[in-house]
Design a protein around this ligand. Structure first.
Ligand code: PLP
Length: 654
């Protein structure tokens, strides 16, 4: 007998009675991807441990509620500067240890590429925290350079690496910064850029620090492997490198060539790629030194990866190495390459971005509602009773009821075929006018009921028949989240990036649904159906049934890199609220900075609408309607006030 239809239900975990927060931690694999910064607390809430093992921990759910009390509503991005500090420290420590262990004679400098997250407060914090750690900054455009020049007035000695396309004005800014005493390097991406740099430097009488970006032959692996190789967008091949050296020598500026740079691509999953690339890079460094270049920095670029899926493998969303192995690999390869030809060890520069900032912030969204696949299901008894009341039962209806009745562990595929066939026939009959809407709906409900019943059996099977493998996904719930994926998680939409996600509360309850997430944009691409999984990528996320009158919050983790400025204004949903918090030793948190999310007026203004003019137009319209007697004065006033509040309100659902 068919008694229930619970498609989103998770298979029986085989765990003893009762569900504990530890079960949730295991289910969402928190320990694997969180790097110790997040955990599930005894109250079933996500806890943040900014100092990892040391220092206090705070309750993320309480933070979200506390922010809401202050009027800072979801969706909200919450940044923790301590997390950033720990990562910066760990990077420097890993290189210090590798330098000491290998007996390396050169130094190490990290530079933060600000394009990874340009939020002023974050970059200023990197700059401030980086003072003691010798961190510099990397820029890839004129606006980024102008921001960094203004930000480094008090500490001019920090390394500034300038990448990206450069015209004359960009290069003049570099020369101005050089005159102001900044340790700034213009990395030349082409021979034309070099000629321009030589021309403007000679005209200004400035001897700039010059770098060159090398296109490695040893192509990496993974999504960003084309950042290098013959067809790479940036950099010089070996022929051009030699040409640059000759042109610099001709104008007696070869000593200005201080830095050799390469970027092997972002999110390098396999340490073997670093090994191979660095061997080639160091050889070119050694040859340029032999030719008389004033080289002293070897910049190995970004690429230090993040273990998004926690698998610790060389899969696309993971890495098969840790910080120390990375540092050891870099130091050892450079050292042995230099020792072979007897040249001094350079200062190693890294441009790690995502590895520093991905985990410093959490995006929290509230769920607005859910579409459950079982909401229209019908039991066999109910279906039979309905058929019994009909004067004449169409054959197709009989067949789909039979399909539902026939579901058993041995007949899953056959029952599915029968139900599918009946549904197709019902559609044809409806199209030619032989079925009315009620009959077609009944067939549809019976079809889904059959699928739900089949799926209940599938959850118990070890091997799901191929034809039915998508069923579980098709029957999963859809949770509507107060969020724009295009604005806040562009990589999820554009490049199928997977981010860890989980509810931030109710983790002492067993999740009873499986779901995909959709955002509130009017775009069918605004969905998430790729989730962290050990084996592969999971298509659904375990979640809890919603409770009447209670907010349900989902946290999206490791999204602190690249997402902020890559986001767009699709459907005019703007930036989310953003807060930076610090956590005291007593476990109390305080807000350091609030960047309020865009208001409706702001996003309208970005696209040249004039909110005042819009308001005046509506005011005139109200007056006209009042004159015509369509609107009472009080109604007109209320309408106008509402319109005005709408303009100053949040773009997300309030
Ligand atoms: N440096 C350069 C030149 C880059 O293009 C990038 C990113 O693509 C980075 C550094 C930062 O890379 P990642 O965030 O992978 O460390």
């Amino acid at each position: 007998m068919i008694t229930e239809f619970e498609p989103g239900e998770l298979p029986d975990s085989g765990r003893p009675e009762g569900w504990s927060p530890a079960d949730s931690a295991e289910l969402y694999r928190v320990e694997d991807w969180s790097m110790g910064f997040f955990e599930v607390g005894p109250t079933g809430h996500v806890m943040v441990r900014p100092g990892r093992t040391s220092g206090a921990r705070i309750d993320l759910y309480e933070v979200v509620q506390g922010l809401a009390e202050r009027g800072i509503r979801s969706p909200v991005t919450i940044g923790f500067l301590e997390l950033l500090k720990v990562r910066m420290l760990e990077l420097v420590e890993a290189f210090s240890e590798a330098i000491a262990t290998n007996g390396y004679k050169g130094g190490y400098t990290g530079v933060y590429p600000i394009k990874v997250n340009q939020q002023r407060f974050l970059v200023e914090s990197v700059e401030t925290l980086g003072r003691a750690l010798g961190f510099g900054l990397e820029v890839g455009s004129k606006p980024e350079l102008l921001a960094v020049m203004g930000m480094t007035v008090d500490y001019p000695d920090r390394l500034i690496v300038c990448n990206g396309f450069k015209e004359e004005r960009y290069l003049r800014h570099v020369l101005l910064a050089t005159k102001l005493g900044r340790r700034i390097v213009a990395v030349v991406e082409s021979t034309d850029e070099l000629d321009l740099l030589i021309k403007v430097s000679l005209a200004a009488g400035v001897r700039p620090r010059i770098g060159i970006r090398l296109k490695l032959e040893s192509i990496g692996r993974g999504r960003w492997r084309h950042s290098t190789g013959d067809k790479a967008k940036f950099g010089l091949n070996v022929v051009e490198v030699l040409e640059v050296a000759r042109r610099l020598e001709a104008v007696r500026m070869l000593d200005c060539l201080e830095l050799l740079h390469c970027h092997m691509g972002s999110q390098i999953s396999d340490i073997g790629v670093v090994n191979a690339g660095l061997t080639e890079l160091t050889r070119v460094y050694a040859e340029l030194s032999r030719l008389g270049a004033g080289l002293r920095y070897l910049d190995v670029g970004g690429g230090l990866g993040v273990d998004y899926d926690g698998s610790k493998t060389n899969s696309e969303f993971s890495i098969n190495y840790d910080l120390l192995e990375y540092a050891n690999t870099v130091i050892y390869r450079v050292m042995s390459g230099c020792d072979e030809v007897g040249i001094p060890h350079p200062t190693i520069v890294t441009e790690a971005g995502r590895a520093l900032v991905s985990n410093h912030s959490v995006l929290v969204t509230n769920v607005l509602g859910v579409n459950r696949a079982d909401r229209w299901s019908i039991s066999l008894e109910e279906a039979r009773a309905t058929l019994a009341r009909m004067e004449e039962v169409p054959r197709v209806l009989d067949e789909v009821v039979d399909a539902l009745a026939s579901v058993s562990p041995d007949s899953l595929v056959e029952a599915y075929h029968d139900a599918e066939q009946a549904r197709e026939e019902a559609l044809t009959l409806f199209k030619v006018g032989l079925f009315d809407l009620e009959t077609r709906c009944l067939v549809d409900r019976l079809f889904w009921s059959t699928c739900l019943e089949i799926n209940r059996h599938l959850l118990e099977l070890e091997q799901v028949p191929e034809e039915l493998q998508e069923l579980d996904f098709k029957l999963s719930d859809t949770y509507f989240c107060n969020l724009s994926i295009f604005q806040s998680l562009p990589d999820s939409w554009a490049i199928d990036q997977v981010f860890p996600m989980m509810p931030i509360h109710r983790l002492d309850e067993e999740p009873d649904r499986r779901a995909t997430l959709v955002d509130i944009t009017c775009d069918s691409d605004g969905k998430i159906d790729r989730f962290v999984d050990l084996e592969d990528v999971a298509k659904t996320l375990p979640l809890h049934s919603l409770r009447e009158g209670e907010e349900y919050y989902i946290g999206i983790f490791l999204a602190g890199a690249y997402q902020w400025t890559l986001g767009d204004l699709h459907n005019l949903f703007g930036d989310t609220n953003l807060v930076y918090l610090t956590v005291g030793n007593d476990g109390r948190w305080q807000i350091d900075e609030v960047v309020e999310g865009d208001t409706v007026s702001e996003v309208l203004s970005y696209l040249q609408y004039d909110p005042r003019a819009l308001f005046q137009a509506i005011r005139r319209d109200c007056e006209r309607s009042m004159r015509a007697g369509q609107l009472k004065v009080a109604e007109g006033r209320a309408l106008l006030e509402d319109y005005e509040r709408g303009l100053t309100g949040y773009t997300y659902l309030e």
